[in-house]
Structures are given as structure tokens and as C-alpha cells.
Write a protein that binds this ligand. Sequence first.
Ligand SMILES: [Zn+2]
Length: 393
Amino acid sequence: MLELSIALVLLILAAAIALWAWWRLRGFSARPHHYHENFGGDYFRGLNYLLNEQPDKALEVFLQLAEVNPDTVETHLALGNLFRRRGEVEHAIRCHENIIAKESISPAERHHAMLELAEDYRRAGLLDRAEDLYHQLAESEEGRSVALQRLLEIYQQEQDWAQATRMAERLIPLSPSEVHPLVAHFHCERATAALKESELNEARAALAAAREHHPASLRCQLLEAEILLGESQPRQAIELLTRSLQQQPELLPVALDTLTAAYRADRATLELQQLLVSWLQQRQDVSAVIALAALHQQEGNVQQAQSLLIEQLRLNPNVHLLRCLLNLLAPAEYQQLSAQLRPIVEQLCDELLTGEVAFRCRQCGYGGHDHHWQCPSCKQWDSTWPVRGVTGK
Ligand SMILES: [Zn+2]
């Protein structure tokens, strides 16, 4: 915070000196002598107000000081941005509106000021006004790309997937490899919402649209599997999911619930057991161990479940496995663990799992208990991956 304040003061001083020097030169060559002297005094009066946390007075001085014209637009833009960075959005808005109101500035400068003003509105939470400005800018050659990007961010924030899709589709020609997977996610969001309402046809239509943009997306395959389950076609769901997991085995924790549901619906839990066993020969996935132990337990083979967990715990110390094992111990077996040790171990497991990070964003490092297709922190899509290790799945 202190560093930021110092940086701001330095920035203001640098801007003041540069502007003052420029004005002096200009004043000597083109203006009456008294003009630049007044400017110097007024400028430092404004600066003084700013430094003394009196932004209202400072803004008045700065706005009167130099008329907005092609020579001073940059300075006014810098001033507006400075106010915004200080959190004084109302002053930033006044400053940027003041620029836009001038007819003497070039179209490029007007677009720049409109972008800044839209950012002010966003920061102030006036999303409607920001949207209006960005839509105007999106119609112009210069502002289109940035305006569409900002609209895309706003509509994602509002979870307005239809509008987000429209904006992204206009951005496809600019960066197809980045935008196609995004559009696929927006359609997947619509498909997920439709599935929740059991609107299978609507979900299918959204999914087909998603696939056109990203045919290899695991999310599409998962949704497809859920639709197949909804249509009582579990075998097709199983084939689809096992095929996708061969391509992206690290996503098993994300797909395992749907996969298990499909095997159950197909009354093929023995087949699921075999799949999990062969899976564990290649990869030590905690989710797969827990799913297999649960299958053994449901079939009454508690001993087998315990042996599996103990064997896997030796290979891969993991708190989920330990908790699972403790749950499976019968009262008689309590004695094997000291009566005092057990609550401590249980408490330790619970505490570890409360703050557990099972999935982490590879973009920004955000961690959480649940998987997200879009990182809640940096808003990147497809950046959240299962964490391995003591608390990982
Ligand atoms: Zn992130």
C-alpha cells in the first residue's frame, strides 16, 4: 500500500514536471507571458489538493487549467486513470466525460476516452452503462477488439451465456484457437442448465453447438454421457467416457461419478471393478481406490476393501484414503488403534480435509475443493486440474 502511494506521488510529480516544462516551452513560443506563469501556479495548487486528499478541488483546478484539446488529451486521460486507480471513480468519470464532450479531438482519441469511461462505469458497478458504451465501440474499427473482449468479460460475469456466445463469435476471426474452446464452454453452460431442468432436447442442441467449436472437449463428452444416462442408454455413456478417459486419464476424478452412475444403471458393477483394478495398475488415482473400496464394501467384502486401502496407503500416503479406511474399521478393530490415537487421527484428517485443495488452477494457483471448468479467480477456462499428493484426489 505504501509502495503504491509512493509510486502514485512520483507519477503525479513526473507528470506535473513534464507538463509544466512542456507548457513553459509552448508558452514562450506561442502564448502571452502571463499565461504559463498562471499555469505553473494553478498546476501546483491542483497537485497540492491531490496530495492533500482533496480530489474535488484538485479536479476543478485541473479541468479549468487546461482546456481539452488534441495537445492535452493524453494528460486528461492520465488524470482520469489516476483517479480511477485511487478508487475515486466519480472523479474519473467526470474527467473522461469531459474529454468525450469536446469536438476538437480525433476519433481515435474519442474511442480511447470512451474505453476508459466504460472501465470507470464497470468499476463503479454501472454495468448497463458500460455495456452501452462497449456496444457503441464494438461497431467501430479501432475499438472493436477491446470492446468485444470487455463485453465478453461482463457477460461471463453475469453468466449471460447467450450474449457471451454472440460476443465471442465476433472475436473468432481475431484469435480462433483461443475463442473456439470458450464458445464451447458457453454452450456447455447452457446444456448443463437444460439438463438440470431435464430438458434433454435443449441440452442436446446446446451440446451439438459446443461440439462444433471444440470436438475433443471432455466436458462435451461428460455432458453427452449424462444425456445418454437421462435417455436410459448407459452402455453408450460407458463407451463414450472410457474412450475420453484414455485420452485424458488425469481427469478421472472429474468423470468418475458419472462413470459409476452409468455402470450402475447398466447393472455392470463387476465390469467397473475390473476397470478400476486395471486402472490402478497404471495410475495411482485416489478417486479410483476409493470407488473400488466402496464397491467391495457394498458387496459385503469389507475385509477386501480394508486390504486394498492399506496396500494403497503404503504406496501412496493420502488423507482421503486414511479417512476412508477409518470409516471401514469395525468396533472390534478399534483396539488395533489405540483409543487415544484414533480421535486424534480422525480430527487431523478432518482438519486437513476442511481446508483441502483437491483442484488447483494452473494459471493463477487458485485452489479449492471442487472442480471448476472456469477458474473462479482468474476466469480462465480449462485451467483447473486435480491436485495429487497427501490431500489430492
Ligand atoms: Zn485461475
